[in-house]
Write a protein that binds this ligand. Structure first.
Ligand SMILES: Nc1ncnc2c1ncn2[C@@H]1O[C@H](COP(=O)(O)OP(=O)(O)OP(=O)(O)O)[C@@H](O)[C@H]1O
Ligand SMILES: [Mg+2]
Length: 327
């Protein structure tokens, strides 16, 4: 039985002709925050569904909290919590009633003391009798995390926990996630397509694209992999790729829509050559990027993480519409 909190071996999920998760191998050490970073449609939610037993794996193996997900699903479920990217709270119930419902769903005999402690920890104790429909987005998120922690899980899965939140609420949530990990000693697997989020929160990251893990490591080790700088260039339509390739110091040229992405040895040396090769009116926008997790993704896939999944339908809009309809 592995001592890591999460281990997968060749974990695979096939939907019809599509391989959503493709022979994934990850190891998440107990007590750490692990980030699964990838664009829309990369397979992040499917990974969580496989690890939590919400979907059956097509191939491979997985262990969570020391138990085999396929052979011991109940033992796994008792030890995990899940914070979904969609809203799961019942708006017409109070905070306390939502906790009560969660306790009933999980058949928890002793839950009131823990629920009270969690409300205090998340600063919601004085709102325990208020209906959730009166809560701010940040308060809802806190309550969602409290629900996930009620049965004292060892591992918590958070699927894009900060999606759609404003910058302040997102920062607040980052502190909470760190707190859940440090103060409760819980292993957290979070998915994100916000690079800076994974960088700030996670000790280890795997980058997933089209169901495959394309890179893994600590944020600093991943950043150290990429020695090049990147220059992002938006030009008039007439610019010839060969012309860009001929610029001294440019090692790779890729295009994404109307934007060119140039991999360069050192941006400060190459920029003057770019300006002398292209006419000023050919350049609409220019942006320099030093090594970061974003450039790791660019280096491996040739795409930006926030645009890589642009062809995938955006279910978030669908969920947002559903939420509005429920109110
Ligand atoms: N139940 C399903 N049936 C068929 N295809 C599915 C199903 N669930 C997911 N997929 C497909 O599997 C791929 C991975 O989806 P998944 O939801 O895991 O991506 P994701 O990384 O979570 O994306 P996002 O950032 O948009 O949430 C997508 O192409 C998706 O359309
Ligand atoms: Mg998802």
């Amino acid at each position: 039985m592995p001592s890591d909190a999460i281990v997968t071996e060749n974990l695979t999920k096939v939907y019809g002709k599509l391989t959503a998760v493709d022979h994934v191998n990850v190891k998440v050490a107990s007590g750490t925050v692990f980030g699964l970073l990838g664009p829309n449609g990369a397979g992040k939610t499917t990974m969580i569904k496989l690890l939590t037993g919400l979907a059956d794996m097509t191939e491979g193996e997985a262990w969570v909290a020391g138990f085999d997900v396929r052979r011991d699903p109940m033992h796994v479920k008792q030890r995990i919590g899940w914070v979904a990217s969609e809203v799961i709270l019942d708006d017409d119930f109070t905070a306390w009633e939502n906790l009560w419902l969660q306790a009933k769903l999980q058949s928890l005999p002793e839950w009131k003391e823990r629920a009270g402690d969690l409300l205090t920890y998340f600063g919601l104790n004085d709102r325990r009798k208020d209906r959730v429909k009166t809560f701010s987005t940040g308060m809802r998120k806190k309550l969602e995390i409290a629900l996930a922690l009620l049965h004292q899980p060892e591992v918590v899965f958070m699927d894009e926990p900060t999606i759609g939140l404003d910058a302040n609420t997102r920062r607040m949530l980052w502190d909470l996630i760190t707190g859940v990990n440090k103060e409760f000693g819980i292993t957290v697997l979070l998915t994100s397509h916000y690079i800076e989020e994974a960088d700030a929160l996670c000790q280890q990251i795997s980058i997933i694209d089209h169901g495959k893990i394309v890179a893994s490591g600590s944020p600093s080790a991943l950043k150290a992999r990429v020695e090049s700088d990147f220059v992002e260039l938006e030009t008039g339509e007439a610019v010839d790729e060969a012309k860009l390739r001929s610029i001294p110091g440019v090692t790779e040229v890729r295009s994404q829509g109307k934007t060119w992405i140039l991999q360069v040895s050192a941006a400060e040396e190459v920029l003057p050559h770019i300006f002398s090769t292209l006419k000023t009116d050919e350049i609409r926008r220019i942006n320099v990027e030093k090594p970061s997790l974003e450039t790791v993704f660019l280096d491996i896939t040739g795409k930006r993480i926030d645009q890589a999944g642009a062809d995938v339908p955006d279910y978030r809009k669908f969920y947002a519409t559903m939420r509005r309809a429920r109110r």
